[in-house]
Design a protein around this ligand. Structure first.
Ligand SMILES: Cc1ncc(COP(=O)(O)O)c(C=O)c1O
Length: 368
């Protein structure tokens, strides 16, 4: 007979304490209009062409790497492909941070996985909030670099939607020179491609750029992301990545998405989402309950409401799912809204414009 014991007691202490990343899917909800995960609203059409599922895939599929190299005009040795940019965020910690000794630096409010990955590996986080303009606080960063091995900067930033000032990025790169890696997360860069820091890779050997097919390429379900860096950094990351990180069908579709036609289609999507964004920004700014619509360089907008919780819950009950940002520092009354199809944008505007008095509290909801 086996003894009863507490399995949790066997787990690492930081994992016991860990609050997992609350991804849009984990938060749940039942809806017709999903505007909470910065996805593209329409499924792209791809066919599997590889018929070799009896074989293990290549660790770093040559065609995918070559096509991303062509897309970015980098050398293949400067590119790593992984299970989404999320895997890359974690690989960087595994390569560069000694648990219990080194630290990562992040600038909230920002993307949540930097923090969760550091927590998972027992790596200390130094959180330096952005300033009132949502730009990094350079003086505070400078004063907190002790033991920092990795700095994550998201540009354009999720959830605020703004770009980080290139002068600030350069200052951070200078401060980190010789002591830390600077990872610039460009998950949304296809929505403002002129602002990429790609060309800076030749100047800064400690610069790492994160990319994904989940946003402008409309392939969030594929789980495919890229790390762009010096060949030395990529070689280190290849040491710790799983032996077969990309399933054969993923590599197959990623290669198709990165053909000339695939890239042209992506650009058309970006143009369409940008038009819808302008429509939504204008329409929302006319509505009662909307205090401010923030500018955005991405496929989402941050909106400050007079009664954010009420708007969020009421729309949730109607099957319009937004992303609540009220827990993030400095974003107390804000919701993040993904730019959907024009029809979805119009339905959202209609739903908010007919909302009745916020003082009539909505019914309790199931875990919004
Ligand atoms: C800023 C940022 N970085 C990375 C990711 C993760 O990308 P992927 O789907 O490639 O893991 C996201 C996803 O929302 C994101 O917003």
């Amino acid at each position: 007979m086996s003894t009863v014991f507490d399995i949790n007691a066997l787990a690492r202490e930081n994992v016991r304490k860990l609050v997992p990343y609350m991804s849009a899917r984990r938060l749940g909800g039942r809806g017709d209009i999903w505007l909470n995960a910065n996805e593209y609203p329409i499924a792209p059409d791809f066919q599997f062409t590889e018929n070799t599922l009896n074989r293990y895939p290549e660790c770093q599929p040559t065609t995918v790497i070559q096509r991303y190299a062509d897309y970015t005009t980098l050398q293949p040795e400067q590119i790593l492909v992984s299970r989404g940019a999320d895997e890359s965020i974690e690989l960087l910690i595994r390569v560069f941070c000694e648990p219990g000794q080194d630290a990562v630096l992040i600038c909230p409010p920002t993307y949540g996985m930097y923090s969760v990955s550091a927590e998972t590996f027992g790596v200390e986080q130094k959180k330096i909030p952005v300033n009132a303009n949502w730009q990094p606080d350079i003086t505070a960063i400078k004063n907190n670099l002790d033991r920092v091995k990795l700095i994550y900067i998201c540009s354009p930033n999720n959830p605020t939607g703004n770009l980080i000032d290139p002068a600030a990025l350069r200052q951070i790169l200078e401060l980190a020179s010789g002591r830390a890696i600077v990872a610039i997360d460009e998950a949304y860069i296809e929505f403002c491609p002129q602002h990429t820091t790609l060309r800076w890779l030749q100047d800064y050997p400690h610069l790492v750029i994160l990319r994904t097919l989940s946003k402008a390429f409309a392939l969030a379900g594929l789980r495919c992301g890229f790390t762009l860096a010096s060949a030395d950094i990529i070689a280190l990351m290849q040491k710790v990545i799983a032996p077969y990180p990309l399933p054969t069908p993923v590599a197959d579709i990623a290669a198709q998405a990165l053909t000339k036609t695939g890239i042209e289609t992506m650009k058309k999507r970006v143009a369409e989402i940008t038009r819808n964004r302008a429509y939504l920004q204008h329409a929302l700014s006319q509505l009662a309950w909307v205090e401010k619509v923030f500018p955005s360089e991405t496929n989402y907008i941050l909106v400050k409401f007079t009664h954010a919780e009420w708007v969020f819950k009421t729309l949730w009950q109607q099957g319009i799912i937004l992303r609540d940002q009220r827990q993030q520092p400095g974003l107390e009354h804000c919701l993040r809204i993904t730019i959907g199809s024009r029809n979805e944008c119009e339905q959202l505007v209609r739903a908010i414009s007919v909302l009745s008095n916020p003082l009539q509290q909505p019914k309790e909801t199931e875990n919004p």
